[in-house]
Design a protein around this ligand. Structure first.
Ligand SMILES: Nc1ncnc2c1ncn2[C@@H]1O[C@H](COP(=O)(O)OP(=O)(O)OP(=O)(O)O)[C@@H](O)[C@H]1O
Length: 684
């Protein structure tokens, strides 16, 4: 290995600034766009997606609406260090297992600067900290990140959150929505209120065209259980969603992973186009081809959380050459060369698969010392200039507060009103869940139970009061279980989408929550209505319209309370398995303490019935079914008062308003609890 000539190296990453951002001294100065449209020339669309000359002008005009609110962001980060806590179990396999707190440094003093108009690629071996750094730059990393991250000299704010697009490695999309629906809803939620609905829809159409998704615009996204878009198409939809924020800062985690080289090239072209439109674009990437590599303006190379290079992509070879690392042959992909170096593999190192144990140990030592050399070379040769650039005055942006007012002026402003968010989320939720809510299986389940119960209790008579009371108890229990278990899935299932969309400040939690409540209502109420109608009349309960309507109202009330409990359990635990276990135990307790099966519950545990909504529902159902002076045939030509029937006597049919109050408190309480739990588990 050649000794690194650290003294004679060129300082990369300190070259002349790109002309695109040369006018971008403050965030209020508009960007001179190198390419007026969204890099239409860089993208290679499918034949049918190609923007024709005739409509190009119109397209540009439409796109200018999207560009209008653009606020260029210079991102500077300095000495970013991040550690994670590891609980290491100490002791032998069978001995003591006391967890020993330990930390691991994932990022160690990482610095960089990216300006509007630039595309920065983060390279490094798997586990080197690329995703962690990207997440930190996107303001989404939990725990304490030391160092400074400044966006136009400011800290991460809610305004910045809404100006940041973040494309995660895994695409988080609603599987039942089509491409056009996904992007239209995103446009309606994300684009500013000053645009009309029509203009927002046009933006979604434009993005579809721009990303070459026209052919699959009406295809459903698909999920693990059914096929939809291909991996590349899904990725483009995810990018499209983030483009709709008209982001000033766009962060992408491995957007080309698992894609063929043409699609990868196309995606990176689009990113470059977005950058050229005045955005700051940062992407992590695994193994870019040399074709892709040439499209990056800057690269940042990580090795075990430390930087070995941060600067212009075009100067990489020059820099490493200057410190003594020259590739063995000319036509090497710079990305491969960088990844080798980040792994500690110098160009002249011996790569022998046949090395025996000691040889391998030596090889590992060599790699570690190469890494250390590269890290110290970076610190000596590149870091001082980078630091100077970070602190360079246009008002020492990393610490200054200039420009704060313009950022703050639009802070805490939502792009759309509460009502608008509610309407769009409601429509989107109904569309996404219509297959689930109106599934034939669910309807069949309820109808078959209704008809079967109707047949079992066929024209029951008051003389068989035990059976009738049993039917009323069944109403309260069935419509306690069914909505409870359906509601448990609501929030855990939607969690990834909710976290993603809330992290980018897309909508208020309250508008989401109320839209979810409202969206679930129709089906939650239609099914019990059908059930009660069938079973009530088949089962021979009191043939009075008023009594029937009251029975229906009580059952629906019970459904809403039970649904509230399900939502609360789901929101608190955010784990379907745990929530269903807890729900089944709870319902079992309610079932047993409800007052139907056991009428001599020991006093010390009899209070359980007061926390059971099924008990209140059952009591109210019996209360509306029978009046105080009603009698039933309790023996041969013998009549007894209904109030003396043991099960009814135990219930006591007085104080019905208290039962209604208790149910109302539960209705509000459970839902409030669900909301609070959801809010506490949310990014702020
Ligand atoms: N919350 C966490 N708990 C435990 N380890 C973590 C956590 N977050 C990150 N790490 C560790 O930090 C290191 C860096 O992770 P990161 O995901 O940033 O790497 P990466 O360079 O993006 O890897 P890849 O290219 O494989 O996605 C890894 O070794 C990972 O295991």
């Amino acid at each position: 290995m050649m000794p690194p000539d650290q003294e004679t190296c060129n300082i990369a990453g300190n070259g002349p600034a790109n002309t695109i951002h040369s006018t971008n001294r403050t965030e209020n100065v508009s960007v001179i766009h190198a390419e007026p449209s969204l890099a239409a020339s860089n993208v290679t669309p499918c034949p049918e997606d190609r923007i024709t000359d005739q409509n190009h002008e119109a397209t540009q005009a439409r796109f200018s609406i999207l560009r209008e609110s653009l606020r260029p962001v210079t991102l500077k980060f300095e000495d970013i260090t991040y550690s994670i806590n590891l609980n290491i179990t100490k002791g032998s396999y069978f001995g003591s297992h006391e967890p020993k707190p330990a930390t691991r440094t994932v990022l160690n003093g990482v610095s960089g600067i990216v300006r509007p108009g630039e595309l920065l690629a983060m390279l490094g071996p798997s586990g080197s900290g690329k995703t962690t750094l990207l997440t930190a730059l996107g303001g989404r990393l939990p725990g304490k990140v030391s160092g400074t991250i400044a966006y136009n000299g400011q800290q991460f704010s809610s305004s910045m959150k809404r100006k940041t697009g973040f494309v995660t490695q895994d695409d988080v999309l609603y599987p039942h929505l089509t491409v056009i629906e996904t992007l239209t809803y995103a446009a309606l939620l994300r684009l500013p209120k000053k645009l009309t609905k029509q203009e927002k829809i046009e933006q979604a159409e434009f993005i579809i065209m721009e990303l070459g998704l026209t052919r699959c615009r009406n295809n459903v996204v698909g999920g693990p259980l059914f096929r939809g878009l291909s991996g590349g198409e899904r990725k483009r939809v995810s990018i499209g969603q983030e483009m709709l924020v008209n982001p000033s800062l766009l962060l992408l985690d491995e957007p080309t992973s698992g894609l063929d080289s043409t699609t990868a090239q196309r995606i990176v072209s689009t990113l470059r186009g977005l950058a050229r439109g005045g955005r700051t674009v940062i992407t992590t990437i695994h193994q870019p081809s040399s074709r892709l590599y040439r499209m990056f303006d800057k690269v940042l190379v990580l090795s075990e959380g430390c930087l070995i290079y941060s600067g212009r992509a075009s100067r990489v070879m020059e820099y490493f050459g200057s410190i003594g690392y020259v590739p063995g042959f000319n036509f090497l992909n710079p990305a491969d060369f960088l990844l080798d170096l980040a792994n500690g593999i110098a160009p002249d190192a011996r790569q022998d698969d046949q090395l025996e144990y000691h040889g391998r140990l030596e090889q590992l030592d060599d790699q570690n010392s190469t890494k250390q050399l590269l890290i110290s070379s970076y610190k000596k040769n590149l870091y001082p200039a980078l630091k100077a650039e970070i602190h360079q005055n246009y008002g020492d942006p990393i610490h200054s507060t200039s420009g704060a007012s313009s950022l703050r002026s639009c802070e805490n402003q939502w792009t759309t009103s509460w009502w608008e968010q509610f309407k769009v989320l409601l429509r989107r939720g109904l569309q996404e869940r219509k297959h689930e809510s109106y599934s034939c299986l669910r309807i069949f389940q309820v109808m078959s139970v209704a008809i079967l119960s109707g047949l079992l209790w066929w024209h029951s008579d008051i003389s068989h009061i035990q059976d009738q009371v049993g039917l009323l108890f069944f109403f309260s229990i069935f419509w306690g279980f069914f909505p409870l278990f359906n509601a448990i899935f609501a929030f855990p299932q939607e969690r990834p989408v909710l976290i993603k969309e809330r992290s980018s400040g897309m909508y208020r939690l309250s508008s989401y929550y109320f839209s979810r409540m409202a969206g679930d209502l129709p089906m939650e109420l239609v099914l019990p209505t059908i059930f009660v109608t069938i079973t009530y009349w088949m089962g021979g309960l009191k043939p009075s319209l008023i009594t029937f309507l009251l029975t229906l109202a009580i059952t629906l009330f019970n459904v809403l309370v039970s649904q509230g409990l399900g939502l609360a359990l789901g929101a608190i635990l955010m784990d379907v398995k745990q929530a269903t276990t807890l729900a089944s135990v709870t319902m079992l307790v309610f079932l047993l303490a409800g007052g139907y099966y056991i009428q001599h519950i020991p006093a010390f545990i009899a209070w359980l019935k007061y926390i059971s909504f099924s008990h209140y529902c059952y009591k109210l159902l019996v209360g509306v079914q029978y009046s105080a002076n009603e009698v039933y045939e309790c023996g041969l030509r013998k009549h007894c008062s209904v109030m003396e029937f043991p099960a009814i006597k135990y219930l006591g049919l007085d104080n019905n308003w208290w039962d209604v109050c208790a149910l109302t408190m539960m209705l509000v309480g459970y839902r409030l609890l669900a909301y609070v739990a959801l809010r506490m588990g949310q990014p702020h």
